[in-house]
Design a protein. Structure first.
Lengths: 321, 332
């Protein structure tokens, strides 16, 4: 009797404990399963203005506010998610089919909202902060990039790959860029670095400084930017300083020129060696000034312009080996 | 011209002429590392460096300084004329819609014809200025002289606003590709000065100045009032038309070669009036030289303050001119 009572007395808490443990275990399993579930679905990446962008799932509706981002989306095979682009987004050809949400630098908020984007991609230079604030207030996440070098571009590609569920494509693109940069570095090794002026605009003269993306292209292409020390990315520049430093090459972005007009304009300054020796080159702004995967071709083009003999030399060097 | 006026003219003009010469020498001689005129030219030996120095001086600093001086002279004289004819201390060369018209012309050229030859932008800006002035003056003529001065001033402000609105409309419709260029144009820019441009501007400014100076007596009478001027035997409306056309042509030319540079035409005449009195026979030569010195100096600062970056010259004219003008007002 007493024994059975005892057993009963013992039994009860035991059974209770057992249940508690089971319940806790189940709860634990549930939460971990949930947590795992969440972590597989929540995609996070930090952008270049200190925001952490997290998405519940792969976005199916994306708006791009810059030509380079539109191009990148196409490159990553995510063009089917694009539901809006700016008037300036003209590359690749398929971009024309995507609805416009207004001019570059001045997108139409109403049109952005009306296409119900799950993610908006923007580029920092020229972006009005109000747009980010307004969209954030409407619970639309805005990823803002600020590419200033090829390394930044590779990092951007990888982060966009995570956000857009195109990790592999992004990895491939980034690796391809890194590979071609490496080849370029080897080819340029030991070569003299000619002085270069990169004119973004000619009237008045606006140049790319060392902190700009174009400045980084000059460095990688084996040139010495005469405006390397400028504290601002792009700024007006004194012609006198150009005459003094007398760059060996002058590169001009063709943004504001039709055909050869900018090059012709510079020919007035016959004292410049670049003019004398025909080392003034006009570059396609749509290719060069857009940090997108295609820009690696621009980099190779600039390197070829600055080092016309490098390819032959490295080829003969290889044969020699 | 009475001898006292003549001597006053000679005295003030010679002082300002010396100042102008000084400014030109300083502007041509100053580089990023201080006064390097001698440094650049007296260097013995390396031939290529001396050539380069001459190129910088002759192809860059000198035409630029001269163009700035011519523009300053033109704007200051136009300011004197407008302030006298309209009897309004706030009148400046841009009052009759010239800046709006000129900007519109320049923007039309830049956005529609792309990077055209500079002559393109200049001539379109000139045409734009003339259209604006024509509109304003046509309105004043339509009202047959009734409330002439107020009509000119109001019509000028309104036509200017209209032209500005058209310009902004074109900019917004064509996208922002050229925004930077347009902005720099509107803030004034001498960095692409060359001798042909300077020669055109100098010819128009000098002819305009001679025309106005030869009638300086009549400008004085217009300043007193229409009735008194008419009583003294002046065809008031004809004289006013003459002065406004001269001032508008000079301003339009200056705008077409340099963009719209504010403050010079407003403040230089006032500064000189405070110093030498309101007599236009003295004031016109003084403004010609003083305006030239002022703008050439401002451009020198714009070129050097943030070297190798360049500042818009309009920023300097206002930053330097405004405090100096306030000081003169207080001292008075």
């Amino acid at each position: 009797m007493s024994q059975s009572f005892l057993r009963k007395g013992l039994d009860k808490p035991l059974r209770f404990q057992h249940r508690l443990v089971t319940a806790l275990f189940l709860l634990h399993v549930c939460t971990t399963a949930l947590a795992e579930n969440v972590s597989t679905d929540l995609r996070c990446a930090s952008d270049d203005v200190g925001q952490q962008i997290c998405l519940q799932a792969i976005p199916h509706r994306v708006v791009s506010l810059a030509p380079n981002l539109t191009e990148t989306l196409f490159f990553l095979g995510a063009s089917d998610t694009l539901v809006g682009r700016t008037a300036r987004c003209n590359r690749p050809a398929g971009a024309a089919k995507i609805p416009q949400i207004g001019p570059y630098l001045h997108p139409d908020l109403e049109r952005i909202i009306s296409v119900k984007p799950e993610l908006v991609l923007a580029t920092k230079p020229g972006l009005r902060e109000e747009i980010v604030e307004r969209l954030n207030a409407l619970n639309i996440r805005v990823f803002v990039e600020d590419c200033r070098s090829m390394d930044d571009l590779c990092s951007l590609l990888r982060r966009l790959g995570v956000l857009l569920g195109r990790k592999e494509a992004a990895e491939t693109a980034a690796n391809d860029i890194q590979h071609r940069r490496k080849i370029l570095r080897e080819r340029l090794q030991g070569l003299a670095r000619p002085s270069v002026l990169f004119a973004v605009g000619v009237k008045p003269l606006v140049v790319a400084g060392g902190q700009s993306f174009l400045g980084s292209l000059i460095r990688e292409a084996g040139g010495t930017n005469i405006a390397e020390d400028l504290p601002i990315s792009y700024t007006r520049y004194s012609l006198e300083e150009v005459l003094k430093k007398d760059p060996e090459y002058i590169l001009i972005l063709d943004k504001e020129c039709k055909q050869q007009e900018c090059v012709d304009h510079l020919k007035r300054y016959a004292a410049l060696s670049a003019v004398q020796y025909h080392k003034v080159a006009s570059l396609d702004a749509d290719l060069v000034a857009r940090p997108a995967p295609g820009v690696i071709e621009a980099l190779e083009l600039i390197a070829k312009t600055l080092h016309p003999t490098a390819e032959k030399m490295s080829a003969s060097g290889r044969e020699h080996r | 011209m009475p001898s006292s006026t003549l001597s006053k003219t000679i005295r003030s003009s010679s002082i300002l002429f010396v100042a102008l010469l000084g400014v030109v020498v300083i502007s041509v001689g100053f580089g990023a590392r201080g006064f390097d005129l001698c440094d650049m030219l007296c260097r013995i030996g390396d031939g290529s460096q001396t050539t380069q120095a001459w190129t910088i001086l002759l192809e860059y600093r000198l035409p630029r300084t001269l163009l700035a001086a011519v523009a300053g002279a033109g704007l200051a004289c136009a300011g004197v004329i407008f302030q006298a004819v309209l009897r309004n201390p706030l009148a400046d060369p841009y009052l009759v819609g010239i800046s709006g018209g000129g900007s519109l012309g320049a923007v039309v050229c830049i956005t529609m014809f792309g990077q055209n030859r500079l002559l393109g932008v200049s001539s379109m800006a000139f045409v734009g200025s003339l259209i604006a002035v024509g509109l304003v003056y046509g309105l004043a003529l339509l009202r047959k002289g009734a409330g002439y001065i107020n009509t000119i001033i109001l019509a000028g402000v309104i036509v200017g606003a209209l032209m500005n609105a058209l310009m902004l409309l074109i900019i917004s419709l064509t996208g922002s590709d050229e925004m930077q260029r347009i902005l720099y144009w509107m803030m004034g820019d001498f960095s692409f000065a060359d001798y042909p441009k300077g020669a055109v501007a100098a010819t128009v400014t000098c002819v305009g100045w001679i025309a106005a100076f030869s009638q300086a007596n009549r400008l004085n009478l217009l300043m007193v009032g229409d009735e008194s001027a008419a009583n003294l035997g002046i065809d008031v409306s004809r004289m006013r038309t003459f002065f406004i056309v001269v001032a508008a042509l000079v301003t339009g030319t200056v705008v077409s070669v340099s963009g719209t540079i504010g403050f010079v035409g407003l403040v230089v005449p006032h500064m000189l009036r405070l110093a030498i009195g309101p007599d236009n026979r003295v004031l016109l030569p003084a403004s010609f030289l003083g305006g030239a010195a002022f703008l050439a100096g401002a451009d020198c600062l714009a070129r050097l303050v943030a070297y190798p970056t360049e500042l818009p010259v309009g920023v300097i004219t206002a930053l330097v001119g405004a405090p100096f003008f306030l000081y003169l007002l207080l001292r008075r």
